[in-house]
Every structure is written in structure tokens, then in C-alpha cells.
Write a protein that binds this ligand. Structure first.
Ligand code: HEC
Length: 91
């Protein structure tokens, strides 16, 4: 019984460590991998983007001059990059 409790505690600690970086921070890594070459450091090239997540997702698939990134990223990664973009846009 005691051993079982310790195992549960250890699992909980591991899960907490894994979620330690927030969505926007994970998005920064995704952005650096897939977007930075074209859109610049710190999402500079996207700073003027104003739409919501759904619009953002649409632009990934249908923007002239840009490869269809909606096929490259997982849905969760799109949300993470979007969160990252929002963070870079906030003053
Ligand atoms: C091969 C170059 C290239 C890559 C890689 C690329 N883009 Fe683009 N992207 C463009 C071009 C070119 C445009 C159209 C011109 C513009 O708005 O900057 C564009 C436009 C956009 C727009 C629309 C901007 C607006 O204001 O409506 C969004 C959103 C966007 N890209 C997001 C991304 C994200 C997120 C990634 C990474 C997952 C990415 N792009 C990767 C070249 C690229």
C-alpha cells in the first residue's frame, strides 16, 4: 500500500515536470523549427496578424507564397505556435 502511494506520487511529479513549459513556450520551439526561416526571429513577420486561431489555421493552408503548413504541423502544434505569436504580440 505504502509503496503504491509513493509510485503514484512519483508519477504525479513527473507529469508536473512535463507540463512545466507552457503552450506558448512549446510554440516557440515549433516556430523556430518550421516558421522562423521565412517569418523571422520572434515572429516579427507575423506581428501584424490579427485573426483568431481558426483564421490562423486557414492561413497556414491557403496563403500564397507559403507552403501548406497545415499538413506539416499537428493541430496541437498550430495552437502552440498561435499562443507563441500572441505572446510575442502582447506589449
Ligand atoms: C517557405 C517560407 C514560409 C514558411 C516556412 C512559412 N511561411 Fe508563413 N508565409 C510565407 C509567405 C511568403 C506568406 C505571405 C506573405 C506574408 O504575409 O508574410 C506567409 C503568410 C503567413 C501567414 C498569414 C499572415 C497574415 O497576416 O495574414 C501566417 C499566419 C503564416 N504565414 C504563418 C506561418 C507559420 C505559423 C509557419 C510555420 C508553421 C509558416 N508561416 C511558415 C512564407 C512562409
Amino acid at each position: 500500500m505504502a509503496i503504491k502511494s509513493i509510485a503514484v506520487l512519483l508519477l504525479a511529479a513527473t507529469a508536473a515536470a512535463a507540463t512545466d513549459t507552457d503552450e506558448a513556450s512549446r510554440g516557440a520551439a515549433v516556430y523556430a523549427n518550421y516558421c522562423q526561416n521565412c517569418h523571422g526571429e520572434g515572429a516579427r513577420g507575423l506581428a501584424a496578424f490579427e485573426g483568431d486561431l481558426a483564421t490562423f489555421r486557414e492561413r497556414l493552408a491557403g496563403t500564397a507564397g507559403m507552403p501548406d503548413m497545415s499538413r506539416v504541423l499537428q493541430e496541437q502544434e498550430v495552437a502552440e505556435v498561435f499562443a507563441y505569436l500572441r505572446r510575442t504580440q502582447s506589449p
